[in-house]
Write a protein that binds this ligand. Structure first.
Ligand code: GDP
Ligand code: IMO
Ligand code: MG
Length: 429
């Protein structure tokens, strides 16, 4: 069957961009199904570094068409800037290679202003968002007063819709938050100009995809964010406002479940998280600092989008088993195994202690999740640099045992192990 879904299995930044790019060799269309430029994917290809936010990671492979799905939210100016930056790096971002679904929603400056005001109001319980206006853009969509990308086909009408949206948001900004208001006329004029530039990229995404599927084309549905940031299945309210889980691919792109035969989960060999919220295996100490790296390498764990240091911790099997279940993951890509070569001992959470009770199932109750203590199993480390290893057989035995143990626990194959950011640092099993 022709559709593979690729989903983040932890809190994001697992290395989805690298895996998507890697899989893109055999794929015709890569379609992002959720989120916006809260996503940040860093790709290292032949010594060059590319940073993607809105654009599907297939954009870096010749011959692949990239589709921004209807489940996404799009900020025209920031999208155009990203396209421009890639074009200067020699990437073809013409409408032949890049398509925007007409039912994607538009992020306005009001969404960003509302998010800022909301985060300030939350005080110490702020979400720690990426500040891109993602949550309020989805709020508009679900409140049925959002603006769809299709409106960009008529820049004048689009401008009018933006004007109205900003005026409405101004009332909330002023009356509810006592925050500065925005100049609706200026915003509308700017959005009209940008619409003219983006209109050639618009397609009805469902039609484009379903025609391609009928022609026997292969599609990779690429998720932004990840399972534990899912609005329904993540650590609510410390989540994003879309559905990064596999079901989000069907809704966000418009095809049926019977088209899908592979769901690839992407997980780090440890865990990271940016933003606020519970993180049972977090190592807010020297261990975490060693996992993160000091920032001297582009692959060290600092956010692609915001530059924030990522919170780091040991692998959490309770959360990973949950991700396998809620996404129907059929195989796993295990990333950044090289990083664990820095440790003498490696810990993995196998269960949680909840006030004396052993929990093996991920709890939906977020207060409970916030209070659990991990129960760890300790593995011997291999204490060597494995970034130059190119074959599974050449990994140290301790590294192989670690991967095999995870596989047995999850009951899904680990088909890909990554030992560095580059395309060639990928071991197939
Ligand atoms: P994404 O959002 O899931 O695409 O992941 P990010 O790009 O935000 O973060 C993953 C980071 O890890 C990027 O800088 C990648 O270049 C890097 N990376 C991917 N795989 C590996 C790996 O196996 N080892 C190391 N050291 N870095 C990796
Ligand atoms: P990729 O695709 C990691 C986090 C933010 C914050 C929460 C809500 O690169 O894996 P938002 O701006 O979405 O309203 O923020 O979600 N977050 C991510 N964390 N990777 C991402 O994307 C993220 N996108 C959002 O840090 O905690
Ligand atoms: Mg990322």
């Amino acid at each position: 069957m022709p559709v593979t879904i690729l989903v983040g299995a932890q809190w994001g930044d697992e290395g989805k961009g690298k895996v998507t790019d890697w899989l893109a060799e055999d794929i015709h269309i890569i379609a992002r199904y959720n989120g916006g430029d809260n996503a940040g994917h860093t790709l290292n290809i032949e010594g060059k570094t590319y940073k993607l936010h809105f654009l599907p990671s297939g954009i870096l492979r010749d011959g692949v068409v990239s589709l921004m799905g209807g489940g996404m939210v799009i900020h025209p100016e920031r999208l155009l800037k990203e396209m421009q930056e890639l074009a200067t790096q020699g990437v073809d971002v013409s409408p032949q290679r890049l398509k925007i679904s007409t039912n994607a929603h538009v992020i306005t400056p009001a969404h960003q202003a509302l998010e800022k005001a909301d985060e300030e109001t939350r005080g110490s319980s702020k979400i720690g968002t990426t500040g891109r206006g993602i949550g309020p853009a989805y709020t508009s969509k679900f409140a049925r007063n959002g603006i769809r990308a299709s409106a960009m086909r008529d820049p004048e009408v689009f401008g009018e819709q933006v004007y109205k949206a900003i005026e409405n948001a101004n009332k909330i900004l002023h009356n509810v938050y006592q925050a500065p208001t925005l100049n609706a006329s200026e915003c509308a004029a700017k959005y009209s100009r940008e619409a003219q530039r983006l209109a050639p990229y618009l397609v009805d995404g469902w039609a484009y995809l379903n025609h391609a599927l009928r022609e026997g084309k292969k599609v990779l549905a690429e998720g932004g964010q990840a399972t534990l940031l899912d609005i329904d299945h993540g650590n609510y309210p410390y989540v994003t406002s879309s559905n990064p889980t596999a079901g989000g691919a069907l809704v966000g792109l418009g095809f049926g479940p019977r088209q899908v035969d592979r769901v690839i989960g992407v997980a780090k060999a440890f865990c990271t998280r940016v933003g606020a919220g519970p993180f049972p295996t977090e190592q807010d100490n020297d261990i975490g600092a060693v996992m993160r790296g000091d920032g001297s390498n582009p692959w060290d764990d600092f956010g692609t989008t915001t530059g924030r240091p990522r919170r780091c911790g040991w692998l959490d099997m309770v959360a990973l088993k949950y991700a396998v279940a809620v996404n129907g993951i059929t195989e796993l890509a295990l990333m950044k195994l090289d990083v664990l070569g820095r440790f003498k001992d490696i810990q993995v959470a196998v269960a949680y202690d909840a006030d004396g009770q052993r929990l093996e199932d991920f709890p939906v109750d977020q207060d409970l999740f916030g209070s659990v203590v991990p129960i760890y199993k300790t593995f011997p480390g291999w204490q060597t640099d494995i970034m130059d290893v190119t074959r599974w057989e050449d990994l140290p035995a301790a590294a192989q045992s670690y991967v095999e143990w995870i596989e047995q626990q999850l009951e899904v194959p680990i088909s890909l192990v990554s030992v560095g950011p580059g395309r060639e640092q990928t071991l197939l099993r």
